[in-house]
Write a protein that binds this ligand. Structure first.
Ligand code: SOE
Length: 388
């Protein structure tokens, strides 16, 4: 097969981002169809993105002969049924995270993909910042046991107001954990990926800023609704049963210690993920607000700031740089490279800079098992073993 014919399901925030990333891999794929939650939404997106076929019913899209692979960019509760339909229709799948609502759903998708001999991936795209790849390369060249502790956070503030609304606020659409499943799993996937160490036990504490919130009658995604233009009567109250904030102690294999703060109510942190690794030789510190740099901490020599320059990075990290020299890498660039890895594997092609190690359904299942252990720990106040 020369190039993959790709469809995107979802026309909200992330669907169009995926569509753009498809087109940034022109030697591997072309975008042939898009599906939305209505004929109108799909048609508007198809016109804006110049996509030849569209439908308000995703089943029209996944039944098409000119679709080999489908991106699922819909709310969490739709991931499993849509991915299952795609696999049953013989389509490869890239699903937004979290993979499903439960580990049972995730395991069923893994089984189905294997039975159908189809490839599937989960969009833990944050692995694909070049400097994250650099830390991973440096870890893989360091003897085992040099890592002592990991610390980090993923902080946002888009749900700080009690009128800020997203479908993620509704546990029947998003799952029993919100912030942890939505963004905490990004950090946990990245930490396990960068170190090669699995998380074995968790101890979690959840926090909720509001027990009830208010949403406008339309129920639209009012992410940035400051409530200014609406009257109190425009809002209805609803109970909140998921966490805004989580503090999690993590016990990694090999006795490596970890702790993670996840929050969607941290004023001023727009989309801040920080990864910090303490080891016997050095510490590494990276954050998504300054993605082109790593602070390398030393005890007996001056600390270093490593700035992205592909000529100075390990080959894998260099191959993940969308631009030469120190040009800034961004969120969208990470999707270009996760798709390059995934599509190359589907097409059976080699990948520049080494073997492609995109996040698979196995990684998606691992994150669902972590979420379930974290929920249980938050409910009981006890350490919980992570299932396998
Ligand atoms: C909202 O929290 C969100 O869009 C997440 O769903 C994404 O996974 C994250 O990368 C950015 O923030």
């Amino acid at each position: 097969m020369e190039r993959l014919r790709v469809a995107v399901i979802g026309t909200g925030f992330i669907g169009p981002v995926h569509a753009e990333a498809v087109r940034r891999n022109p030697g591997l794929a072309e975008l042939t169809a898009i599906a939305g939650s209505s004929e109108e939404a799909a048609g508007e997106a198809a016109a804006r993105l110049n996509v030849p076929f569209y439908s308000g019913d995703y089943r029209d899209v996944i039944a098409r002969e000119d679709v080999d692979l489908v991106h699922i960019c819909t709310p969490n509760y739709l991931h499993y049924p849509m991915a299952k339909d795609c696999l049953e229709n013989g389509k490869h799948v890239l699903c937004e995270k979290p993979l499903a609502m439960t580990s049972a759903e995730a395991r069923d998708l893994l089984r189905l993909a294997e039975a159908k001999n189809l490839k599937a991936a989960v969009n833990y795209n944050l692995r694909y910042y070049p400097m994250i790849q650099e830390i991973k390369s440096r870890n893989s060249k360091s003897p085992d046991g040099r890592i002592f502790a990991l610390q980090g956070s993923y902080l946002q503030d888009w749900l700080l107001h009690e009128t800020d609304y997203s479908w993620r606020m509704e546990s029947k659409l998003s799952g029993k954990t919100r912030a942890v499943a939505d963004i905490g799993t990004h950090w946990m996937d990245l930490a396990q990926y960068v170190t090669g160490l699995k998380i074995e036990k968790v101890l979690a504490q959840f926090g909720r800023m509001f027990e009830t919130r208010r949403k406008s009658a339309g129920g639209r995604d009012h992410t940035f609704d400051r409530g200014g233009e609406k009257k109190p009567s425009d809002y209805t109250s609803y109970p909140v049963d998921t966490e805004d904030h989580a503090q999690i102690l993590l016990s990694f294999e090999g006795g490596v210690l970890g702790n993670l703060t996840v929050s969607q109510v941290s004023a001023g942190y727009k989309n801040f993920m920080e990864y910090r690794q303490m080891g016997r030789d050095v510490s590494y510190s990276w954050n998504s607000e300054a993605p082109n740099r790593i602070k390398i901490g030393h005890r007996d020599q001056a600390n270093e700031i490593l700035m992205k320059d592909p000529g100075l990075l390990h080959s894998r990290a260099a191959s993940m740089s969308a631009y030469p020299g120190g040009h800034q890498e961004g969120y969208g660039d990470t999707l270009k490279f996760i798709l390059r890895d995934f599509y190359s594997d589907v097409l059976g092609r080699s990948v520049e800079g080494g073997a492609s190690d995109y996040p698979t359904l196995q990684d998606g299942l691992a994150e669902m098992l972590l979420c379930e252990a974290i929920i249980k720990s938050a409910e009981t106040g006890e350490w919980m073993e992570v299932g396998v």
